[in-house]
Design a protein around this ligand. Sequence first.
Ligand code: AMP
Ligand code: MG
Length: 344
Amino acid sequence: MRTLMLSANELNTAKIAADIIKNGGLVAIPTETVYGLGANGLDESAVAKIFEAKGRPQDNPLILHVSRTEDIEKFCHSIPQAAYALAEAFWPGPLTMVLPARDTVPKRTTAGLDTVAVRCPDCAITRDIIALSGVPIAAPSANISGKPSTTTAQHVHHDHDGRIDAIVDGGPCRVGVESTIVDLTDERPRLLRPGGITPQQLKAVLGDLVIDKAVTASIDHDAVVKAPGMKYRHYAPAEPVVIVSGSREKAAQYIRKHFEPGDRVLCFEEELPLYEGCAPLSYGQEADVDTLCAGLFAALRELDDPSIHQVYARCPEGDGVAFAVQNRLKKAAAFHVIDAEVEV
Ligand code: AMP
Ligand code: MG
């Protein structure tokens, strides 16, 4: 199969992409979070192709992308007022809501659950593709399963050239990590995955929010979890990653002492001078956490190289968007954190 490369700036791109979706094909779509691998979310066999192309476990459900809020009523029932309040505040934007699913949504899309995740992305070309195709687009992140997510069209090309019908190039993703997921099917709203919309922003609208334990801790592979994707090893380069926490100086001392040839250091731009000779790679500025968020996956992809022995990573402290960076980096590190204030 030849994979079409389409530019978001070309006038006929939305129509070409929408036609592929209508015909049951696979199109990688840009969004403000990460690139998604999209198909008609109401077509079981089209959705099956997503799982096949990614090598995605069958029990990991997809997100249905809509072009406008009112469309969720076609795919969800018993929608609480809170969902409309969140849509009003954050859509189009990097927020996914889990709601009770209607029978119109195939079980393949929801991985057999009776709930469905829905989102309206903040990316005009992708909303045009959805609207022109006349169906919701089911899309997980476009990376091969288990690998760092795709934040440029080139990342998608690397993983899927010759295996999917088209890639729409909309430039690098603005947010850089997947959407915040909030489950609205329980008595209390529950954060299943942190992202560009922060817990503080959600609480300001909802008044209440439970943070699911899978957000901050490692989950047993056999565990029954609310967001099934959370139990898999995620975002991981080929070699082990360890997070080194603590002050800039203590962390540098620890890493420089343990560093061996073939290791790499993933750090903040401000720290580069501290790691001279230790093959440092910066993923953004500690002083501007949005840049860390936007740069994390591209950096993890660069470090996905079997010749690398071990990666020492620095992780931002604090809440807000830093919470999402911590979550993704800890998953890449399989929750392996060394405190340089304690260990030497
Ligand atoms: P991805 O965008 O590649 O991370 O994949 C979508 C993620 O959305 C999945 O891994 C799940 O964690 C989450 N998700 C999708 N549908 C549901 C659902 N019905 N209930 C809970 N989580 C969901
Ligand atoms: Mg993913």
